[in-house]
Design a protein around this ligand. Structure first.
Ligand code: SF4
Length: 394
């Protein structure tokens, strides 16, 4: 295979975009309560975006390695080699059909399974030891509650940047690398040292990088959060915007990438600055904007609620908008809205979309994506291209 990417999620909330990978694995339980995997195959973004299809609804854990080997083996036998853009499993599944692909995988799997002597238990134990849960502690939460009541900046940060933890008293902290107007996803050496210190002092030595280009401290006791927030603030890392309109994924685009057809980073910076100035982003709620600087789609624009793709039109940057994309368990490829916009018009176009959403939503709890799914692309197109509506009315 030319390149091959596998994504795994252990949560019903898919935070690993499993449906846009060559193979996606969702850990689930069957009716008997046994743990296993839903196996998804043939997803991918890039120039031919496709949502992966479920090839196996429940695969017992013990079958995982031979089953994955069977998938790769069938892809190796059937996959295209005449055109490098077609040398991806998503093309193989689409051209042969899921049923035919599945039948071949099943045949190959039966052969491989009969010869498989089980996963290397010593290696599995080493991995399990490396990911053993830390020694959780208990502590009073009085100060956390008090600071939440008295410090609006802290409350706003805890509302936006925390996720529930399975251990009592703990939280999962997402440190936003999306300060308004800064390069999305960038951290200085000083900020990285500060994050490493925080992980050591408050996070059981663990931090992770998310595909949304933020840093996660997976185990922080809530009693430590006021201090963590204060230290993050000293390093410019306390932005309270996770999942909001300024939490944008942008690829390097023309600022760094030799393949780019347009800039991504300055567009992301301008959108973040604009909505910060309007003081609207918390009122807008969850809205994912993703920007790519060429059709390779490294910025995942196809699965952005609002996707922006920078192209080159006769030497001039032009930005195409897609709407309704989704990278979660309800994954969808965004629909192209219409003609692109020059660089100076793309941020006003996004603003029109957002104001349309605020007018159209059924209430504050209905997200942009839910409104889009309820009403379809029509009213959003009308907001994006008001001159067309005027012309039709005339
Ligand atoms: S999407 Fe294009 S411009 Fe952006 S990083 Fe990928 S190859 Fe480069």
């Amino acid at each position: 295979p030319r390149k091959f990417k596998i994504a795994v999620t252990g949560s019903p909330n898919d935070r690993a975009v499993t449906r846009a990978h060559d193979i996606g694995l969702r850990m689930i339980r069957n009716e008997a309560g046994e743990a296993g995997f839903e196996v998804i195959v043939g997803g991918g973004l890039g120039r031919t975006p496709m949502i992966g299809k479920v090839i196996r609804e429940f695969l017992p854990r013990a079958d995982l390695l031979p089953y994955l080997e069977a998938i790769v083996s069938v892809y190796n036998a059937l996959g295209r080699r005449d055109n490098k853009y077609k040398a991806r499993i998503k093309i193989t599944v689409a051209e042969n059909g899921l049923d035919e692909f599945r039948a071949r995988v099943d045949t190959r799997f039966r052969h491989l399974r009969s010869h498989f002597r089980g996963a290397d238990q010593a290696m599995l134990e080493r991995i399990e030891r490396a990911f053993a849960p830390p020694a959780f502690r208990s502590a009073p939460l009085g100060r956390y509650e008090t600071v939440r009541e008295t410090d609006p900046a802290f409350r706003s940060w805890t509302d936006a940047n925390l996720a529930p933890h399975r251990a009592e008293g703990y939280a999962i902290v997402t440190v936003s690398l999306k300060a308004h107007g800064a390069t999305p996803g960038d951290a200085t050496s000083g900020q990285m040292r500060a994050l490493a210190d925080l992980a050591e002092r408050f996070g059981h030595d663990e931090l992770r990088i998310s595909h949304e280009q933020n840093v996660i401290l997976p185990h922080v006791h809530r009693s430590d959060l006021p201090e963590v927030h204060s230290i993050l603030g000293e390093h410019g890392l306390a932005t309270a915007n996770v999942g909001l309109i300024s939490d944008i994924i942008a690829c390097p685009g023309m600022d760094y990438c030799a393949l780019a057809t347009a800039r991504s980073i300055p567009i992301a910076q301008e959108i973040a600055r604009r909505f910060d100035a309007l003081k609207l982003e918390h009122g807008i709620g969850e809205l994912k904007i993703k920007i790519s600087g060429c059709i390779n789609a490294c910025g995942h624009h196809h699965v952005g609620h609002i996707g922006i793709l920078g192209l080159d039109r006769a030497g001039v940057e032009n930005y195409q908008v897609t709407l309704g994309g989704d990278g979660t368990e309800t994954a969808a490829i965004g629909e192209r809205a219409g003609p692109g916009f020059p660089a100076e018009e793309i941020v006003p176009a996004v603003e029109r979309l957002v104001h349309a959403y605020l007018d159209l939503r059924s209430g504050r709890r209905e997200t942009f994506l839910q409104t889009y799914r309820r009403l379809g692309i029509g009213p959003f197109k009308a907001a994006l291209y008001p001159e067309r509506v005027d012309a039709n009315a005339a």
